[in-house]
Ligand binder design. Structure first.
Ligand SMILES: Nc1ncnc2c1ncn2[C@@H]1O[C@H](COP(=O)(O)OP(=O)(O)OP(=O)(O)O)[C@@H](O)[C@H]1O
Ligand SMILES: [Mg+2]
Length: 386
């Protein structure tokens, strides 16, 4: 699929922008702070209903304005689709698909599919496990939008069970009927947590297994390095004591995972009550990344971390396009950080994608192989260059 039009009203630094886009490569260049990332952030939002930079909508609305409107026309195998989002910080956002209002914003997920790589992605390698869990979950939703509901269900149960643990924590000394009542309530929440957590866990384990060979290949392709420096990736669940990670995805069955979660929850009940936190479940899991056999977090160099983060996104792209039309590939500021060899290899990897949107402060950093439409971004105005 590809974007044919993007229109922004009061989004970030853009008061009013309307842009025609075509398939192939398009490069946006311009000095720092002129609105390049704002542009690709808007496109990412239209695809995922979230920003890759901020967790709330308030900073996305232009200073002094009350709301922002994002519109995109997308052309793909299903013809053309118009996506519209009205951002109302502090109130409900409104979305329309082909001019028809949709009651739930997440109904538009899937209408535009993107893979966005940005400097912020360095946290995928260097940041907390939560960053990598979010990466997996976002990709899961991109592969199958129904996972948005699976994730929401799990988060709701997790919040409620955690609240219960906190309030029950102070009552660990109770005996008799009062104790039995707490135990019975917790049992019920354990069952809920396992029931909603198992499908999320299954999805993540399968996804990690499907992604791994692509990450390894993309890392090797970008780094061009010797085999000893290969990247590795494995999913480690808090519900299993599995030293090897999950090699055998055929063994991953939701019912089996639900049982495993229940058993693990049973084993940590006392410490959960002690600490008032939920110790087992997808929210405690880790996607372990390594380079040359060493944990990437804490060991990898800046360039290696950058290349691995990029490999995670390129692998996502490869996975999402399998059996489907291409997502839109967005590379924000990627070339400045790479040496000449890595730049050229990356250009070769992405040149065949249906639509690639590239930003760069210095146009010369973008390899010539990625010739295409060129725009200049200056003070919120986007004009054709060359
Ligand atoms: N809500 C907002 N209202 C008005 N201006 C904003 C808003 N949010 C961000 N900006 C402005 O947008 C600019 C940042 O734009 P952006 O991040 O797109 O820059 P960039 O072109 O990607 O720069 P760089 O090359 O440094 O990455 C900043 O000057 C910032 O002040
Ligand atoms: Mg930027």
């Amino acid at each position: 699929m590809h974007l044919t039009r993007l229109a922004l009203t009061d989004f970030r630094s853009y008061a009013d922008l309307s842009l025609e886009l075509g398939p192939g490569v398009t490069t946006f260049s311009g000095p720092n702070g002129e609105g390049k990332t704002n542009l690709v952030e808007a496109i990412g939002y239209l695809a995922t209903l979230g920003s890759h930079r901020v967790a709330t909508d308030t900073p996305l609305v232009r200073k002094g304005a009350e709301r922002a409107v994002l519109r995109a026309a997308v052309t793909g195998v299903n013809g053309s689709t118009l996506i519209e989002i009205e951002l109302n910080p502090g109130r409900a956002n409104r979305v329309r698909l082909n001019r028809a209002p949709r009651p739930r914003p997440r109904d538009i997920l899937g209408a535009l599919r993107t893979v966005l790589f940005a400097p912020e992605d360095l946290v995928l390698v260097k940041g907390d496990p939560g960053e990598r869990r979010r990466f997996l979950d976002d990709l899961l939703v991109a592969t199958a939008p129904r996972y948005a509901g699976v994730r929401a269900d799990y988060d709701r149960v997790l919040r409620q069970r955690t609240a219960l643990l906190k309030s029950a924590g102070g009552k660990a000394h109770l005996r008799g009927p009062a104790r039995e009542s707490i135990t019975a309530t917790l049992d019920a929440w354990d069952a809920q947590l396992a029931r909603t957590g198992a499908p999320l866990l299954a999805g993540r384990i399968r996804l990690a297994a499907a992604l791994r060979p692509h990450v390894e290949a993309a890392y090797e392709a970008v780094s061009g390095g010797p085999a000893g420096e290969a990247s590795g990736m494995s999913y480690r669940s808090s519900a299993f004591n599995n030293e090897e990670g999950f090699e055998d995805t055929a063994a991953v069955e939701t019912a089996h995972l639900e049982d495993a979660m229940l058993k693990a929850l049973d084993g940590v009940r006392a410490s959960e009550l002690d600490r008032g936190v939920c110790l087992v479940g997808p929210h405690r899991d880790e996607l372990e990344l390594s380079i040359g056999g060493l944990p990437a977090r804490g060991y990898a160099s800046h360039g290696e971390s950058w290349s691995l983060a990029l490999a995670l996104r390129l692998a996502s792209f490869t996975l999402l396009r399998q059996g489907h039309e291409d997502p839109v590939l967005i590379l924000d500021d990627v070339f400045a950080e790479l040496d000449a060899g890595r730049r050229d290899r990356l250009a070769g990897l992405v040149a065949g994608a249906e639509q690639v949107l590239v930003t760069a402060a210095v146009p010369a950093d973008v390899p010539d192989a990625l010739a295409g439409a060129r725009f200049e971004v200056q003070a919120g105005v986007i004009s054709r260059a060359g």
